[in-house]
Design a protein around this ligand. Structure first.
Ligand code: KG4
Ligand code: ZN
Length: 333
């Protein structure tokens, strides 16, 4: 029975997970509160917090799984992409464990792992499937042929969908990360109250930077007439922003489904826990005859279970690295 310990430290969550034969036995996450007052992740503070958290997080993941060190078959870590100082903490820890235990080291690509999060629980998509991966740093449409063969067929040319949520929230005076707050305010708002423009980007690529600028001008204009505009209309503004982000995403996903003829469609990444995006996917699924999937919320935002699951498939392929494997802030796949 293949048992893998995985470590994730690419951004501001220190996470560890143990999986056995593709089943998650533990999934521990220590989130870093230290960034809240800065309106974004501060890389140096992230590295320091990873160093403080990594030993207790790994310890807890092993205890919860009920697994002893000597029954591990491999040690996995997030190799790329991410904040380099943050990645180094997880990579160094994983390399040290692999060396001490004399077990194979399995480097994992974080974006590939977000896609694989869809294979953790049942029902899971059959291959080939399309996955819209929407996180704080990425927005991609991925054509997934097998657990280890995938290609990006569309991506953002500027901001990620998560950034569109977070930057809009920041303009509205909401704390970081603003995505979940926009989601919750939107529940009491009218999504048709205000109309924001949809960018005309060719092919399957996305753009979100124009949306941020149009929100900024829109608010400046309204606040000139009514200084309390944001306070009075916050749910309507949030619902209208969210509706636009969701329609931009869904329109490209529909285009990808038509172009590829694939009807197995998944979401992944932090923004895939957005309630409107989830219901819009279900609606599109009913309309176009798609089978739709999204991971449970704990596997949408950054976690080590998705790293462990990806590492399991890489283990089956014999895809290991030697102990000199180094992390990379930007790596294509
Ligand atoms: O995947 P993730 O945890 O980290 C990255 O790899 O970037 O994604 C974090 C992003 C943040 O931008 C956060 O605001 C967004 O996911 N997010 C949401 C929701 N939950 C998290 N955005 C919109 N609605 C949500 N419910
Ligand atoms: Zn992520």
């Amino acid at each position: 029975m293949i048992t893998i310990l995985a470590i994730e430290s690419s951004c501001d969550e220190t996470a560890a997970s143990v999986c056995r034969e593709g089943r998650i036995l533990s999934n521990i996450i220590a989130s870093q509160k230290v960034h809240e007052s800065y309106g974004g992740v501060v890389p140096e503070l992230a590295s320091r917090a990873h160093m403080q958290h990594i030993v207790p997080v790994v310890d807890q993941a092993m205890k919860m799984a009920g697994v002893e060190m000597d029954s591990l078959d491999g040690i996995a870590f997030t190799q790329a992409p991410g904040l380099i100082g943050a990645l180094l903490v997880g990579a160094q820890f994983a390399r040290s464990m692999a060396l001490a235990l004399n077990k194979p080291l399995i480097p994992v690509h974080h974006m590939q792992a977000h896609v694989i999060a869809n294979l953790i629980d049942e029902p899971s998509p059959s291959f080939p499937f399309l996955c819209l991966t929407v996180s704080g740093g990425h927005t991609q449409i991925v054509l997934c042929e097998s657990p280890t063969i995938m290609n990006v067929i569309g991506e953002t040319i500027d901001d990620a969908a998560g950034e569109a949520f977070d930057k809009s929230a920041k303009i509205l005076g909401l704390p970081y990360p603003g995505g979940p707050l926009i989601d919750s305010y939107s529940k009491q708002g009218n999504p048709k109250a205000f109309i924001f423009p949809e960018p005309q980007i060719p092919g399957l690529n996305f753009s979100f930077s124009g949306l941020k600028t149009s929100i900024l001008y829109f608010l400046q204009e309204h606040q000139r007439q009514n200084p309390n505009f944001i306070e009075e209309r916050l749910p309507d503004i949030c619902a209208s922003i969210q509706r636009r982000i969701v329609t931009i995403l869904l329109n490209k996903l529909k285009k990808a489904a038509v172009e590829t003829g694939i009807k197995e469609i998944c979401l992944a990444g932090g923004v895939s826990s957005n309630s409107e995006l989830r219901s819009a996917l279900k609606e599109a699924g009913n309309k176009y005859g798609w089978h739709t999937y999204y991971p449970s919320p704990q596997y949408c935002t950054d976690n080590a279970a998705m790293i462990a699951m990806t590492a399991y498939y890489k283990f089956l392929d014999g895809d290991f690295a030697d102990l000199s494997a180094v992390p990379s802030a930007r790596a294509t796949w």
